[in-house]
Ligand binder design. Structure first.
Ligand code: ASP
Length: 440
């Protein structure tokens, strides 16, 4: 049994957090591969190490001294080392980094040192080997990760050892350090789990799993115990902020379950994400509810449109030529709506409408803006009748006017368009209705 663990910045913010990590790792001998982020914030007004490193890089770029910021970074690590009772020789690293910074250290390499130093300390603290990500996580020249080469290199380098790996970066074919996008340690962890064919990828953070709804809208939403990769994708696409984009692909490909856990509440089982779930009969019909504001809907109507060929194609071509994505396409017999992100569509809206007018010659074109999309996502919806009825009834009874309805062909979601002013209310009433039903 092998578990690959990734700990986020808040789990490494200070020595107290380091102690929690050690307890978690030591409580299970199959937890042999540990990926770490750079130390995050200790409190709301604190700074993330990675942010400070980027700040140093910006100072260097503009020729301003960053000595004070660099000292802050050094102090953070010194404090952790001292409070953990470690002798790790990071002073030499700091001196070298400082010298390198005076001679044109690349921004990405500088940013990667947060993870590098954090992994060095954690390896010492756990008594594991330090394994530099630059030795196995390989990028191609075009910036994509060369998975096959990386997997092979990690398999050889890790080879049954207990290791701590820094997240967030790897190496280009010429050896230069390259970082993933922000929050990318999640991806490093997933790549490591996939490379080593782990039985489980545990992603340790500061929340007890994925919540059924946004806690800024719903009071104390329940965590989701099990969710499929497809459901997760639906929820993240529509606005739930859960994991870094791209995290799930490596583990999903290998059918490795991903468990989101809370370092500050280690006994909580968190959320398990997997490909298929054997369902308990009494589970809630809905796995989660998410949504996003900022949509506009262009509705094109023309009598006889249904028997005219190529209308949809021409509409989509026009939108695509302007570089705008169509998110949903609810349609009727002689009417088609295109739902697009307002931010993208607004600058070229009139140009697009003009082209539609010319190409389709419709009876009418209508634009509705300030729309929000709310999606109820759940794998159980497909097999049980009455879910959409309940959604529409709930929204109706609570005075939320539904402006649009659409459902994906795999029946994983039911999506409604509402006015932005009704957005929060729609999410709240849906959550309350489906939670109440689950408790009964
Ligand atoms: N430390 C990096 C960041 O702040 C990467 C990570 O934490 O995953 O973006």
């Amino acid at each position: 049994m092998l578990k690959v663990l990734k700990f986020g910045g808040s789990s490494l913010a200070d020595a107290q957090q380091f102690a929690k990590v050690r307890k978690i790792v030591e409580s299970d001998p199959s937890r042999r591969v540990v990926v770490v982020s750079a130390p995050g914030k200790r409190s709301a007004d604190d700074h993330k190490i990675t942010d400070l490193l980027y700040l140093c890089a910006a100072h260097i770029e503009y020729g301003v001294s960053c000595e004070k910021i660099f000292d802050m970074i050094r102090q953070r690590y010194d404090e952790i080392r001292r409070d953990c009772g470690l002798n790790t020789d990071i002073d030499k690293d700091f001196d070298q980094i400082w010298v390198h910074m005076q001679h044109g250290m690349a921004r990405e390499e500088l940013a990667s040192r947060g993870e590098y130093l954090s992994a060095r300390l954690m390896a010492d603290y756990l008594g594991f080997d330090f394994l530099d990500a630059a030795l196995w996580l390989r990028f191609r020249f075009d910036g994509t990760v060369d998975k096959e080469a990386s997997y092979e290199a990690l398999r050889r380098a890790a080879d049954g050892r207990r290791v701590v790996i820094p997240g967030f970066y790897g190496a280009m074919p010429d050896g230069r350090i390259r970082t993933l996008t922000r929050g990318g340690s999640d991806i490093t962890g997933a790549l490591a789990a996939a490379a080593l064919d782990a039985d489980l990828y545990e992603n340790w953070t500061d929340v007890s799993g994925i919540l059924m709804a946004d806690p800024r809208i719903v009071d104390n939403p329940a965590p989701i115990r099990h969710i499929t990769y497809s459901e997760l994708r639906e929820l993240s696409y529509i606005g739930a902020k859960v994991l870094h984009e791209g995290t799930v692909f490596p583990v999903r490909e290998k059918n490795i379950p991903l468990n989101i856990r809370n370092t500050n509440e280690p006994d909580h089982p968190g959320t398990v994400i997997m490909e298929n779930i054997e369902d308990e009969e009494d589970g809630s019909l809905i796995t989660g509810i998410a949504g996003k504001k900022g949509y506009c809907v262009v509705t094109v109507a023309k009598t006889g449109m249904s028997s005219e060929s190529g209308v949809l194609l021409r509409l989509l071509e026009i939108v695509e030529n302007h570089g705008v994505n169509v998110e949903y396409i609810p349609s009727g017999i002689d009417i088609i709506s295109l739902v697009m992100a307002e931010e993208k569509a607004q600058p070229c809206l009139y140009a697009m409408l003009g082209e539609m007018q010319k190409s389709i010659q419709p009876d009418s074109i209508k634009v509705t803006d300030h729309m929000a999309i709310v999606a109820a996502v759940g794998r159980r919806m497909a097999s049980r009748p009455g879910v959409s009825g309940k959604i529409f009834a709930t929204l109706g009874e609570n005075g939320v006017n539904i402006r649009m309805i659409t459902q994906g062909p795999e029946e994983l979601n039911i999506i409604v368009g509402v006015e932005e002013k009704d957005f929060a209310q729609a999410i709240r009433v849906l959550y309350n209705t489906f939670m109440k039903e689950q408790k009964q």
